[in-house]
Design a binder for this molecule. Structure first.
Ligand code: SF4
Length: 602
């Protein structure tokens, strides 16, 4: 099929062996790429292993749209069995590594085994080398990016972990280009467990498309449509930070460990304040609506801000200064820590301190303490040892009812949307296939603008539609969802791109079916890896059911547990899963996953 490089690169670090495999036509047809390739590979090859053992594997996968001349296509998916959740984990990242990987002739890389010594991979078209990285070990992700660029040239794609990944911190990510991050559920630690510090990818070829001139024409039209959108000018001013004021107005900012949904100091740090601090813009390859805002942090260094890290390292821990948030964000990026989980862990500890559950006194908004904790978590030492495995683990260690306000689902920390008064978004977090990520179904804007407080079946149907588009298609194609979400880029373009690139006509119905297949296999993976996996894994934390916010127009409102359960039952029914959230045999058979049922005994 056109549009693919057609090869998978496999690197076994235990044996120092490199091999190249054809990617089958059925794999491309049934799983598309990105997340689809990743779950198929992990399902087939990574069974009931310790995520930090050499038996685990890590997948770096592109899709047919990755790196193509079309809006925001410079993405790839990084996936593995997660050391944070013990289930399936992945994350997408916008990086030159995606563009170079396809140019080098590979749709995906699988790294398995464990190197005896620190190493990095150098992929230059056909040539693949495993190189010594002892001199890079212990260095920050920014320093290693610089060193490897100097050593191998700037015209490359580099994926790297910081010291947190080396220290097997479960909330560590993979970094690229000093600010792009991917793989929230501990993908950094998986690389660290393999003694793999980085991948440097340099490609000089091109994939062959079905109709190149049509791809160019569609690409030009796509970029023009984005630029001419009415939402484009404001997006270019504030990017994802436009959500900050909106969330505060609607009571869904995460403030004080998600206890509140509005922040009394929001005016001091919203998108309008960011506009004044903005000194540069940064983003992913192939994107003409770049959303990373560069500011000077509290120490005068350049640092990047977006809504998620501002929400979680700002109001969620009581910090009211964007430069201070920028410092914490820069530190997290250097250490290779996920900013969402970091903000959740610090917020959890501040609340534990306030409640007198720990001896240390760490007040809300204590910037010095937040910096110290970031380093301690990155090093996995002192108080950091409690937090480096995420808030689920921390609450289990701490006890005393703290699980009620440990803000995670399936072990992955909730991203920056407070759902006391957004039951559909709560269900979205509940049913996301990697734990509480907003990326699969950001239903909150639709929910608030339509029927916010209802718990009806239509809302569940809408959630599944979002998951099919976002978590199924965009994560597998692989392209950024934000052109569609934020500037109204037409969803009808994507089947046209696919036709011009692969030569195959696929309707949205066809693409939904691929999304359903991927979701069913993701679910089956959770079930196989965690035998007692079931309905309660899809519950958000008790805080949203049991405590309401104390102030603002959403004060007094909480999610109704019985109604949430009803929505969850509808969700399972609509997906063709049983009431424990496990795909039924007939659903697996219908989706062409016949062998899967045997492994999960359905
Ligand atoms: S919109 Fe933002 S996240 Fe999406 S591709 Fe562009 S820079 Fe990356």
């Amino acid at each position: 099929m056109n549009g693919y490089a057609g090869k998978l690169l496999r690197v076994n670090l235990s044996e120092g062996r490199v091999s190249k495999e054809e990617i089958s036509e059925s794999m491309k047809r049934d799983f598309l790429g990105g997340r689809g390739f990743a779950i198929k590979l992990l399902w087939d090859e990574v069974k009931q292993v310790d995520p930090l053992s050499e038996q685990n594997k890590i997948v770096f996968a592109t899709g047919p749209l990755s790196g193509q001349l079309l809006p925001s296509s410079g993405k790839m998916v990084i996936a593995s069995k997660s050391p944070l959740t013990e289930g399936y984990g992945d994350g997408n990242m916008g990086t030159m590594a995606s563009v170079h990987l396809k140019k080098a002739g590979y749709d995906a890389v699988v790294v398995e085994g464990k190197s005896e010594r620190p190493c990095y991979l150098l992929i230059e078209d056909e040539s693949v080398k495993i190189l010594e990285a002892s001199d890079l070990w212990g260095k920050s992700s920014f320093d290693v990016q610089d060193l490897l660029e100097k050593r191998h040239g700037g015209n490359s794609g580099i994926l790297v972990i910081g010291p947190a990944g080396e220290n097997l911190v479960r909330i560590s990510t993979v970094m690229s280009q000093k600010g792009r991050a991917g793989g929230r559920p501990g993908m950094g630690a998986v690389m660290g467990s393999k003694n793999l510090k980085a991948l440097v990818i340099k490609g000089t070829g091109n994939v062959s498309n079905f109709d190149d001139s049509r791809v160019r024409e569609l690409g030009r039209k796509g970029y023009e449509e984005i630029k001419s959108s009415g939402s484009y000018p404001f997006w270019m001013k504030q990017g994802t930070m436009q959500a900050f004021e909106w969330c505060n107005e609607n009571g869904c900012l995460p403030a004080y460990n998600f206890r509140e949904g509005i922040f009394e100091f929001s005016r001091e740090m919203d998108g309008y304040v960011l506009e004044k601090l903005d000194v540069d813009r940064k983003g992913c390859p192939m994107c003409n609506m770049q959303c990373g805002h560069i500011v000077h942090d509290s120490s005068g260094q350049r640092a990047e801000l977006d809504y998620e890290n501002v929400g979680m390292l700002g109001p969620n821990i009581g910090i009211r200064s964007l430069p201070q948030v920028a410092t914490l964000n820069r530190m997290a990026d250097e250490w290779g820590l996920d900013t969402i989980s970091l903000g959740s862990c610090i917020g959890f500890l501040m609340e534990a301190s306030e409640k007198g559950l720990i001896e240390e006194r760490i007040g809300w908004g204590d910037f010095e303490a937040a910096q110290r904790l970031t380093v301690a978590i990155g090093r996995d030492e002192g108080m950091g040892r409690l937090l480096s495995r995420g808030v689920k683990y921390a609450s289990e260690k701490l006890g005393k009812g703290s699980h009620r306000w440990a803000m995670h689902v399936k072990g992955l920390e909730i991203s920056a949307y407070n759902c006391h008064a957004c039951p559909g978004m709560a269900l979205s977090f509940g049913t996301s296939p990697i734990g509480a990520s907003h990326k699969d179904a950001w239903i909150i804007a639709w929910e608030i603008s339509t029927d916010r407080f209802s718990y009806n079946k239509e809302k569940v149907e809408k959630l599944i539609e979002f998951q099919r588009i976002r978590g199924g298609f965009f994560e597998s194609a692989t392209v950024c969802r934000l052109p569609w979400v934020e500037v109204g880029f037409g969803i009808h373009w994507y089947p046209e791109y696919l036709k011009a690139i692969t030569g195959q006509s696929r309707s949205w119905e066809d693409l939904y079916q691929i999304g359903d297949r991927i979701y069913a296999l993701l679910r089956a993976y959770w079930k196989r890896e965690i035998p007692n996996f079931g309905r309660r894994w899809d519950w958000p934390p008790d805080r949203w059911f049991e405590e309401s916010q104390s102030r603002g127009k959403m004060g007094g409102i909480k999610v109704d547990r019985k109604s949430y359960e009803q929505m969850l039952s509808w969700y399972y029914e609509l997906r063709g899963w049983d009431q424990n959230g496990v795909p039924l045999r007939e659903t697996l058979d219908r989706l062409g996953l016949a062998g899967v049922s045997k492994e999960i005994s359905v």
